[in-house]
Design a binder for this molecule. Structure first.
Ligand SMILES: NC(=O)c1ccc[n+]([C@@H]2O[C@H](COP(=O)([O-])OP(=O)(O)OC[C@H]3O[C@@H](n4cnc5c(N)ncnc54)[C@H](OP(=O)(O)O)[C@@H]3O)[C@@H](O)[C@H]2O)c1
Length: 292
């Protein structure tokens, strides 16, 4: 496998351009095994969240990989996210950061994100700034911050977020969001880079044609499309062969024309399954409890 490239965050930290996501991998054993498979396959960035309730399984896999000598802690880039429930005030946010670190059994987290721009996310951010300055978090960022929210946030806070993790794939290209992130030197990270089990990109004729041309799979082509436009990708799979397949995207390049063809699949916000502008969704997130 060729080397996974990195991108430099505005605080100087190098972040891998590809990582492994564990959303909806609820079974602890399965999560631990998948993360270990991913680290063995060459991934160094692991993306979890307090709300996925598998931070402990991720931590176990990470500690096992280190003790088996597969990699060092310094080579890994562990990401987690603060859930909305803990964003009510600064004290709850402080406790949430400590809880994530403790659950993973790590001394620090490489990147911690506000999962949503909900509740009192400015107070929660101040807790993240504190933890960053104390060295508990090596980088801090946000997730699901749409351009107007990200702009207002960057114009207000002391430490600008280093990353914004949002939905980004060929069916939701979000060029305007990428522009805003570039303006504030915020690195874009794609959730659902393979479409998140929706859109069925694997049966798209144009994508299949491009894949055949490069002797790659459709999955590899759409992951490559994102990293080639500077977006970090974190595909999820619980299948070892797919975990290996998804990381083999570092030995080919798409032409400018192919990049444009793939971008033409964009359906905009209308096509998305997760509706952040829908009050019902915001209420649901506000009410979701992940702990007592
Ligand atoms: N910040 C946020 O709000 C947010 C929201 C969603 C996700 N995320 C993060 O982003 C990560 C990725 O997003 P996601 O898990 O929603 O979606 P995804 O990675 O785009 O897609 C995962 C789906 O694709 C399948 N798959 C994986 N590799 C494949 C391949 N090579 N060929 C065919 N199918 C393949 C997986 O099935 P199998 O597992 O059965 O292989 C799974 O159903 C998450 O795991 C999480 O870490 C963040």
């Amino acid at each position: 496998m060729s080397q996974i490239e990195t991108v430099r965050l505005h605080n100087g930290l190098e972040m891998p351009l590809e990582g492994f996501g564990v959303f909806q991998v609820r079974d602890k054993e399965e999560c631990k095994r998948a993360v270990l498979d991913a680290i063995k396959a060459g991934y160094r960035l692991i993306d979890t969240a307090a709300s996925y309730t598998n931070e402990d399984a991720v931590g176990e896999a990470v500690r096992e990989a280190i003790s088996e000598g597969i990699c060092t802690r310094e080579e890994l880039f562990i990401t987690s996210k603060m859930w909305v429930q803990d964003m009510e005030n600064i004290d709850m946010a402080r406790a949430a950061i400590d809880a994530s670190i403790k659950k993973m059994g790590l001394e620090y987290i490489d990147l911690y994100l506000l999962h949503q721009a909900m509740k009192d996310y400015f107070s929660a951010w101040r807790a993240m700034e504190e933890a960053y300055e104390a060295g508990k978090l090596k980088a801090i960022g946000v997730s699901n911050f749409y351009p107007h929210v990200l702009t207002n946030f960057c114009e207000t806070v002391k430490i600008r977020p280093m990353v914004n993790q949002v939905e980004l794939h060929p069916y939701f290209t979000q060029e305007d969001a990428l522009e805003t992130m570039k303006y504030y030197d915020v690195v874009p990270e794609a959730w659902a880079p393979l479409g998140g089990g929706r859109y069925n990109p694997f049966e798209n004729e144009m994508l299949k044609e491009i894949a055949v041309k490069h002797n790659k799979s459709v999955g590899q082509v759409i992951l490559r499309w994102n990293v080639q436009r500077g977006v970090v990708v974190i595909p999820k799979s619980t299948h070892k062969e797919r975990i290996i397949e998804n990381v083999n995207i570092w030995d080919f390049a798409l032409s400018e024309d192919e990049m444009k063809q793939i971008s033409s699949l964009d359906q905009g916000y209308v096509g998305t399954a997760v509706k952040h502008f829908d009050p019902e969704f915001v209420r649901m997130c506000n009410q979701r409890k992940i702990h007592d």
